[in-house]
Design a protein around this ligand. Sequence first.
Ligand code: CP
Length: 348
Amino acid sequence: MKTPSSSATDLNKQGMEHMISMKDFSTKEMDNMMELMDYLKEARKDNAIPQLFEGKSVAMIFEAGSTRTRVSFEVAATLLGGHGLFLSPKDIHLGGKESIDDTARVLSRMCDIIMARTNEPETIDGLARMSTVPVINGLDTRFHPTQMLADLFTIKEHMKEGQKLSDLTLAFMGDATDVCRSLLLTCTKYGMNFKQIGPVKYQMEQEWLDIADEYCKESGASYEITDDVEKISECNVVYGDSFYWVTQYDEKEERLAAFMPDYVITEELMAKAQPGAMLLHCLPANDQEEVTREALEGDYSVAFDEAENRLTAQMAILVYFTNKFTVTPSEEVKKMHADKINNLLKTL
Ligand code: CP
């Protein structure tokens, strides 16, 4: 983390500075965040969420549309006593009249955390390079790290008694998307076995497999990239995502022809997976394309719990980074500032 302009930041606290990719944090840090998620979810059920983001703001830059990421960050900030600022390209100068560097520097001086969904990886990397506060990747064309926290937590909530994450094999059905790539790295880092099941043309790029190879050596996990749908029989978690992103509408017909019907998640496909297999989907879902409505509504589907856990994850992220980089002022310091200001006000 770079030296900030504010003295309210404790540089002695080490570890993850930004949350850009799955490479940025250790399994220990992810475990810590999931423990926080547990407590915050319980607190939310009791309507008793501690105000751990009070007086703080998260700048939320969205260059692309979002339902879950936008709403979950904004609601998380509110529930924790703080504020989320929604900043679309129409609202700020980023990408137009102002550089990424200057935008990061200015937002860092006013906000406590910057979260951004960007069209270009260079934008989120640039924000992180120049920001003096933590930068969270709310999805770029490479990674979706905040989705991963919600996904792992949801899998843990729904796996069978006595099962460990390392006992599971997750199958991602479809294209090597940001979510697929993030799952490959998360699973192999965490000791979970991973499969991408999809047509050869849309399979994972070698550079990410090289990183996964390193993770597998450490964790004992394995991965397989295959076009063989029958491999679903080895899987405990089936994961769906759109066959095309908003920037790929011009390829929609070609992609649908490549993926359908073989790689569509149907009730029949779920029946071929391991007994008790669960279905996750990052949403939004295109009914009758990558997943059928019947499968999405099946007893095995945890897609809407997963969506709700985006809120649980964002609460944990805001609390985690606030705790890591903010010094809580003593009552003495608070009183000293209040007295000075009130004394001045009496003279005005
Ligand atoms: N899964 C996900 O990121 O959803 P949104 O695009 O709605 O944020």
